[in-house]
Design a protein around this ligand. Structure first.
Ligand SMILES: [Zn+2]
Length: 368
């Protein structure tokens, strides 16, 4: 159905093109030329200009039979770190780096799966509808590339993002709302021994934190106090303390309430102590949930079942390009690629699972 050797060769070729976030120009040029050689019409958006990166998001469309529905595949082309001078070790079962760099299978495995599935569809003359490809930049720095996509004149019936870990086939059908907050507490400094009218900003932060919870909060939600900055010396009352917090919930209302509760607690403790509070609050992405009776869910599950695999359905607490796509009205599920231990130098791609993920992509095109 697909060409396994070509899939692996293509993957090994693209991991050698170094593309940390904001430096995806070379790989995007390579992919654009490749898509065009397959008959795709490509265009780009304005992500580079907007973000100071050197590459735009890349869109391709291959026209198909109008009697079929259309499908879009997405993967991100940036890697969390550089893969410069990568040495690939392929033992026939797994592909890894030599341990000095990451492998970059997150998400070049996704890119290779998409290209090979489409190339095989074309070669085998398998009937298909319009096929869209959306390769994004800057996923690893907070799904920034996805935020800059321009979706006008781009409305596929189904969209899948190939960007999650083993086992194949895992389908992410839901993900959380995510807030990141910085609370900057301005107190009043003094010599520790003459501290009568001072306001200790670290103490204000501690009081606020002690009234809140961290970790897993309920079946949908979590919160993390991730970083604290403040203070200078033993004998100086610190006039400044900064607290970095994030919270997530698969339930959008719960996420909103959680952010409000945390913010209110910091406000109250600052007021009580006579400190002033500066807030930086950002919602990174909103929750999505694709229902079991949604046609997209049914297509995704039935296609896996056809391959004899009961897919693992995940309602994740992580963030994806798909979180932004769903927020923008492009309904998207996330599918696994065969990579594991991503973001580390132990990153691994399991060849059998990688091939299976590619066969799954092929069948999705065939089934729409
Ligand atoms: Zn990824």
């Amino acid at each position: 159905m697909i060409n396994k050797d070509r899939l692996i060769n293509f993957f090994e070729k693209i991991v050698k093109i170094d593309s940390p976030s904001k430096e995806e120009r070379e790989i995007m040029a390579f992919l654009r030329a490749h898509l065009e050689s397959l008959g795709f019409k490509c265009h780009e958006d304005h992500a580079a200009e907007k973000s100071g990166g050197n590459a735009n998001n890349l869109y391709g469309v291959l026209k198909g039979n109008p009697d079929h529905k259309s499908i879009c595949f997405n993967a991100h082309t940036d890697t969390v770190k550089s893969t410069k001078n990568i040495k690939i070790i392929n033992n026939g079962d797994t592909i890894k780096s030599d341990g000095t760099t990451i492998l970059g299978a997150d998400d070049k495995a996704g890119v290779a799966i998409i290209i090979e599935a489409i190339q095989s569809i074309i070669e085998n003359k398998t009937p298909h509808g319009d096929i869209y490809v959306l390769f994004t930049v800057q996923e690893e720095i907070g799904v920034s590339g996805a935020e800059m996509i321009e979706t006008d004149a781009f409305s596929p019936d189904y969209c899948f993002s190939f960007d999650t870990t083993v086992p194949v086939i895992t389908l992410v059908a839901g993900a959380p709302t995510h807030f990141i907050m910085k609370y900057k507490i301005h107190g009043k400094s003094a010599h520790a021994a003459y501290a009568k009218n001072s306001v200790n900003s670290i103490f204000v932060a501690a009081n606020a934190i002690s009234k809140l919870q961290t970790g897993i909060l309920d079946e949908d939600s979590c919160c993390n106090f991730g970083k604290i900055i403040g203070g200078e010396r033993f004998n100086i009352v610190p006039d400044y303390c900064e607290v970095w917090v994030e919270c997530r919930s698969r339930n959008n209302d719960k996420a909103n309430k959680l952010e409000q509760k945390i913010t209110k607690t910091f406000e109250e403790e600052c007021e009580r102590a006579g400190a002033t509070l500066e807030k930086e609050i950002r919602c990174g992405y909103r929750a999505f949930n694709i229902d079991k009776d949604d046609p997209q869910f049914i297509l995704a599950r039935n296609t896996a079942l056809e391959m004899g695999i009961e897919p693992e359905i995940e309602y994740s607490l992580g963030g994806y390009d798909a979180s932004i796509f769903n927020e923008k009205g492009l309904k998207t599920m996330v599918s696994s690629t065969g990579y594991d231990k991503m973001h580390t130098t132990d990153e691994v791609l399991y060849i059998d699972q990688f091939v299976q993920a590619c066969e799954y992509a092929y069948k999705l095109i065939e089934n729409v």
